[in-house]
Design a binder for this molecule. Structure first.
Ligand code: RTP
Ligand code: MG
Length: 143
């Protein structure tokens, strides 16, 4: 039997998650699912890095509020490894809007609609192998 290399994804615990002291709870769910955290760092980042990270959303109405939110305080960046982790972490995270995210997911259980112009939805996870490689290059260039 042959096995393949585990996949990697870039996870962010956004500033709302860190401010609400949910870092441990979110990392617990990732580990409980069987994924491995291979890099982990809390940092506060500026608009330049986030403009690169969210390049696909530049020009959209929520782009400026998104940058303001993401630079508002410390966040946690992680590389998470495991078979199928890109899709698997997005399943754990749930839908973008915390109101419609299913119970059992991070956003469904812990997220709420604050009535702000941008969804403060606790986490980010890469959405494809190409995004994961690109985003890991931005956040952890040495890895
Ligand atoms: P993410 O990239 O953060 O993992 O989230 P996602 O794929 O579920 O959502 P995406 O469409 O990529 O949007 C990126 C982030 O922008 C904020 N957003 N707010 N209309 C809104 O209020 C709105 N739309 C997007 C969210 O923080 C979303 O996660
Ligand atoms: Mg996205």
């Amino acid at each position: 039997m042959t096995t393949t290399e585990p996949e990697r994804t870039l996870v962010l615990i956004k500033p709302d998650g860190v401010a609400r002291q949910l870092t441990g709870e979110i990392l617990r769910r990732i580990e409980a699912k069987g994924y491995t955290i291979t890099a982990l760092e809390q940092r506060t980042v500026g608009a330049d890095l986030l403009t690169e990270h969210y390049a696909e959303h530049e020009g959209k109405p929520f782009f400026e509020p998104l940058l303001e939110f993401m630079t508002s305080g410390p966040l946690v960046a992680a590389i998470v490894e495991g078979n199928g982790v890109i899709e698997g972490f997005r399943s754990l995270a749930g839908a973008t809007n915390p109101t419609s995210a299913a119970p059992g997911t991070i956003r469904g259980d812990l997220g709420r609609d604050w009535g702000t112009t941008v969804q403060q939805n606790l986490v980010h996870g890469s959405d494809s192998p190409e995004s994961a490689a690109r985003e890991i290059g931005i956040w952890f260039p040495q890895r």
